[in-house]
Each structure stands twice: as structure tokens, then as C-alpha cells.
Design a protein. Structure first.
Length: 249
């Protein structure tokens, strides 16, 4: 099974080398999507060995970086794509856990609220509230039983990637993913991962710093995703709704 670990990076000069050193212990193939960094990250990446790399000339957004990662994994015939962040919130040692879990499903998603870990840190109040609110709405509307709809630590089968049509370039990309996964009856499983907020004051930027506007944006992404044109997909769950699939969670 050929596995690619993709890491979206935007102005992560502080963390990128340490993260890459750790990821190499668990993944022989690593893709970094440098999303228009201006802090010296690009120069640090140029000195790294054995690295797949995609560079955006300007910052396009978190979702855009993952769209590039999806396309790269498909184009280069990887069987499984793992995605993780570069800010220290995701522990590379959990990559084997994701890969073990994907044997009987299409998408494995990390959850910071699935169970408690000794190293857990408190989530910023507004982020926890919005995550809980949106997760509850996704479960009610699309028949999932998720506990964390925003975690970027995931593993995808190639067939699942090919069934998606992700276009959301911003922070709401995971929500478009969940709607499309439900519509395609993809088999989804959650695994617990530690909740690590190393910088609780880190901001989204712009209007996204306002919790009410952020919540409204996320709900707009969900509504829009219901109209997305999707590829024909013959895999996934053979029953009508994802909530009945035995592989869920």
C-alpha cells in the first residue's frame, strides 16, 4: 500500500523542520504544500531531502492547499493519503493508527473529542462552541455520528478522493467534505487523537476572527455543498444513509 502524508504549510518556519523530522519516522513519502509562505518557510523546505512539494505563488487558503494535495495523490497513484497540520497540533506518531483503521472504511478522521488523553489542552471557548454546534448540525442533517467535524488529521483511500469534488478554498473545506462524503455514502470512521492547542491565541484572520461571522460562513459552506456536482462513485456504503453503516466510528 503506497501512502502519502500531505502537510499544508503557511508561514510555519518555526515548526516545519521539526514536524518533517518526526513525520519521516512514519511515512516514507511526504508532500508539503507551501501555500504562499512569506516567512522563510520556502527556503527551509528547499534544504529538505526526499520531499514531494507543491508551491502556491500566493496564499490561497487551507482548503486550496488540501485540494492540491488531493490532486497530487491521485495523479501519482498513491493508495492512501494522510493529511496533517504543521503547527504541532497533530502527532505524527498517530499516522500508523490512521493507516490501521482505514482497512475497512473510506475515510478515517481524527477527533480531539472522541476520548481524553493525558496531554490534552483546553480548546479556545469560541472554537469549541462552534465545533460542537456545526458537528451537531452535520450529524442531524446527514446521519453521521461525528464528535469533531474540523480535525485535519485524516486518512483517505484513493477511491474516496476520486469520488469528491472539493472546491472550498478556505477553512470551511472540511464541511464540504462531510456533505460530499454523506452524498457518496462513504464509509467513515473516527479515531481519538490528542487535543493540542499550543497557541490558543492564534487567529484565523480577517472576518473569520468574529465567531458569529465564522459560524455563518460554515453554515453557508454546508448549504452550498448540497448542490455540488459529484463524480459517479460505485463504492462506499451499500445502504441508504451513512449513519447505518457498521464502519462508522
Amino acid at each position: 500500500m503506497r501512502t502519502l502524508t500531505a502537510i499544508p504549510v503557511y508561514n510555519e518556519a518555526k515548526h516545519v523542520r521539526q514536524v518533517l523530522d518526526e513525520v519521516r519516522r512514519y511515512s516514507p513519502d511526504i508532500l508539503v504544500v507551501n501555500d504562499g509562505s512569506t516567512d522563510g518557510t520556502a527556503e527551509l523546505l528547499a534544504a529538505e531531502r526526499d520531499l514531494h512539494r507543491v508551491d502556491h505563488p500566493t496564499n490561497r487558503g487551507y482548503g486550496a492547499a488540501l485540494i492540491s494535495a488531493f490532486a497530487y495523490a491521485l495523479e501519482h497513484d498513491f493508495d492512501v493519503l494522510v493529511t496533517m497540520d504543521c503547527d504541532g497540533q497533530h502527532e505524527p506518531a498517530r499516522i500508523p493508527v490512521l493507516l490501521e483503521a482505514i482497512h475497512d472504511c473510506d475515510i478515517v478522521s481524527g477527533s480531539r473529542y472522541f476520548r481524553d488523553f493525558r496531554q490534552d489542552t483546553p480548546a479556545p471557548t469560541d472554537r469549541r462552541f462552534i465545533n460542537a454546534t456545526i458537528t451537531r448540525e452535520i450529524n442531524a442533517r446527514y446521519g453521521f455520528d461525528l464528535t469533531d467535524s474540523f480535525c485535519g488529521f485524516k486518512a483517505y483511500r484513493r477511491e474516496a478522493l476520486a469520488s469528491l469534488n472539493i472546491t472550498e478554498r478556505g477553512w470551511g473545506m472540511p464541511l464540504q467534505l462531510w456533505v460530499q462524503a454523506a452524498r457518496q455514502h462513504l464509509r467513515v470512521k473516527e479515531i481519538g487523537v490528542p487535543r493540542l492547542y499550543l497557541d490558543p491565541n492564534r487567529a484565523f484572520g480577517g472576518v473569520m476572527n468574529d465567531p458569529e461571522q465564522r459560524l455563518a460562513y460554515y453554515r453557508g459552506v454546508l448549504a452550498s455543498a448540497e448542490q455540488d456536482v459529484l463524480p459517479v462513485f460505485t463504492g462506499g456504503c451499500p445502504i441508504p444513509t451513512p449513519c447505518e453503516c457498521p464502519e462508522l466510528r
